[in-house]
Design a protein around this ligand. Structure first.
Ligand code: E4P
Length: 220
């Protein structure tokens, strides 16, 4: 399973990208507004930092407007993937943009029927929102598992991009459910890397290293 980061804050992307684990970035209108940056400027800066897929979402609600906006944002960088909502207009735009050779990420997916429709419209990625499904008392990970199974059985090539990830176990469960990608918030990356035994082990090694013959008191 690949990792994308779910943010438009450049410093967060820079820090996690330095770990060498990122294959892409997802943004949405709320994340762009939270970054306080101009849409085009920030998407192009991110594209220059991370070589992989950068999802940039259209804000038009009609198919014609989505196609127009989609073509415009796709021209900003070869890495841009056009994010479209899972509505009739979004599906129509997905088909048109796919036919034009533009990659798409169909977002706000909350059911298997929706995911099947997006795949038939040619979506490159489908984004089921695990956390928001959990929020209404359903099982977001089970949704991801069923979408993946339906795609495999149907020979559909759309990649399952687990979204609305809230904690490290969501990442683990998404991987075990067969997701191709998980888009993970900065905070969850920082939670994923931490383990008390790693720090305690490292402290112990460094303490012992300092005791070796000839070690200066200042160097580990
Ligand atoms: C997906 O690409 C969305 O940007 C995101 O994962 C939504 O997550 P949220 O439910 O935490 O807002």
């Amino acid at each position: 399973m690949e990792f994308f980061i779910d943010t438009a804050i450049v410093d967060e992307i820079k820090e996690i990208n330095a770990w060498g684990v990122l294959s892409g970035v997802t943004t949405n209108p709320s994340l762009i507004v939270a970054s306080g940056r101009d849409f085009r400027e920030v998407v192009q800066e991110i594209a220059g930092m991370v070589g992989g897929a950068i999802s940039a979402e259209v804000t038009a609600l009609d198919a014609e407007g989505m196609i127009r906006e989609g073509k415009e944002v796709a021209a900003w960088s070869e890495h841009v993937v056009v994010k479209l909502p899972l509505t009739p207009a979004g599906l129509q735009a997905c088909k048109a943009l796919t036919d034009a050779g533009i990659k798409t990420n169909v977002t706000l997916c909350f059911s298997v029927p929706q995911a099947l429709l997006a795949a038939r419209a040619g979506a490159t990625y489908i984004s089921p929102f695990a956390g928001r499904v959990d929020d209404i008392g359903w099982d977001g990970i089970e949704l991801i598992r069923q979408i993946k199974e339906a795609y495999v059985l149907g020979g559909l090539e759309t990649k399952v991009l687990a979204a609305s990830i809230r904690h490290p176990m969501h990442v683990v469960q998404s991987a075990l459910a067969g997701a191709d990608v998980a888009t993970i918030p900065y905070k969850v990356f920082t939670q994923m890397i931490k383990h008390p035994l790693t720090q305690a082990g490292l402290d112990g090694f460094m303490k012992d290293w300092a005791k070796r013959a000839g070690a200066s008191s200042e160097t580990p």
